[in-house]
Design a protein around this ligand. Structure first.
Ligand SMILES: NC(=O)c1ccc[n+]([C@@H]2O[C@H](COP(=O)([O-])OP(=O)(O)OC[C@H]3O[C@@H](n4cnc5c(N)ncnc54)[C@H](OP(=O)(O)O)[C@@H]3O)[C@@H](O)[C@H]2O)c1
Length: 331
């Protein structure tokens, strides 16, 4: 079977799992001779993968580097190809979509093992490409707002002022929509109003700002950051002293300690600063599928590539393009 994997060590033999030694995109390799995975537990499904996606900074995810080669890819849409004999909820032939656990990947491949917790039935209205573009990004946004920040997922008249950075990005798009659907006041930040303003307003953003406007903004109850680096550092200026500041940017997992050492949180010691990693969740996926079927959200595809093109596609995910949506890998 065909699959795209990351080499576990550098050409000099240094494991990429060692601190600060992130694999370059040249460590992504496509192989034709990978053994088709087999179901070994009742909780597993074999999926014939139709589509997956590309994540910026994916090679920064430490969970990726087990001792052996890891097959990349977490989002999937596809057809159930085999189930355990004890399986009652899924049948061979079901059309499903979802996200595998960050540490397991596996979906840049013709076949992947996913767990029954990671898959839900694909709404008929979504193409394979549109379906793959949703789970990981929407799950991260859902869990950021409703699990980690702790907002009420059933609210429709929320009262918070919520600033979202990278608002026009893969996850930011869902953050803006979920926060706006819950009735909160959404301030959507990006590096360019010219490129993103009408798009962000169409998603429900109330205010659209650039990062350089931060010093003039009213303070926010909640800031959700998907960009990291200087943008995340600048978020301390915008958060209320008792607010919640959350990042999931792949390179920002140590930001609380780092920012404390630099004194960026001065006068904001009571801010709840959080870093999160999204997890597969039937509960989140049920909410997401409900939004899809109501027409509240859809899968946005900026470009479709083949498995042969994933190395280049991964590189290109690190350049700001003109379109909005995910790079989808059609298997
Ligand atoms: N912790 C978790 O569970 C989890 C899960 C999934 C993804 N992630 C991570 O979350 C981050 C955001 O993911 P995403 O899929 O939303 O990313 P994305 O759409 O590719 O990018 C998010 C935003 O980053 C900004 N950006 C900053 N520097 C950029 C550059 N050099 N090239 C392109 N964009 C740049 C862009 O906004 P502006 O142009 O406005 O700056 C862009 O909209 C990534 O680091 C990803 O690995 C974490």
């Amino acid at each position: 079977m065909r699959a795209a994997r990351v080499r576990p060590t550098s050409p000099e033999g240094t494991p990429y799992s060692s601190p600060g030694n992130v694999a370059p995109s040249s460590a992504i390799e496509v192989h034709d001779d990978i053994a088709k995975p087999q179901i070994s537990k009742p909780s597993e499904l074999l999926i014939q993968v139709k589509a997956s996606t590309v994540y910026k900074d994916n090679l920064e995810w430490n969970e990726l580097y087990p001792p052996k080669h890891a097959t990349l890819g977490n989002d999937f849409s596809g057809i159930v190809a085999a189930v355990h004999e004890s399986e009652r909820n899924f049948r061979v032939g079901d059309h499903v979509y979802g996200m595998t656990h960050a540490g397991r990947g596996g979906t840049w491949a013709e076949y992947a093992i996913v767990t029954t917790e990671e898959a839900v039935r694909k709404p008929d209205s979504l193409s394979w490409e549109e379906a793959a573009a949703i789970p990981g990004s929407a799950l991260t946004a859902d869990q950021a707002l409703f699990k980690h920040v702790g907002l009420d997922s059933t609210a429709v008249n929320g009262q918070k002022r919520i600033l979202i950075t990278g608002a026009a990005g893969g996850i930011g798009t869902f953050l803006v929509q979920f926060a706006a659907l819950s009735g909160h006041h959404v301030v959507a930040a990006s590096s360019s109003n010219q490129r993103n303003e009408s798009f962000l307003r169409s998603l429900g953003a109330h205010d659209v700002v650039e990062y350089r406007d931060f010093s003039t903004l009213d303070k926010a109850d909640v800031v959700v950051d998907s960009v990291g680096a200087q943008v995340l550092a600048d978020c301390w200026r915008v958060i209320k002293p008792e607010g919640t500041l959350l990042s999931f940017d792949a390179c920002s997992w140590g930001f609380r300690e780092e920012h404390r050492k630099k004194g960026l949180n001065q006068g904001k010691e009571n801010v709840r600063a959080l870093y999160m990693i999204a997890e597969p969740s039937e509960e989140s996926m049920a909410r997401i599928s409900d939004h899809v079927t109501r027409g509240n959200i859809r899968g946005r595809v900026s470009r479709v590539v083949s498995l042969n093109e994933v190395r280049e596609a991964y590189k290109s995910a690190h350049y700001r393009g003109t379109g909005h949506g995910k790079i989808v890998v059609l298997i």
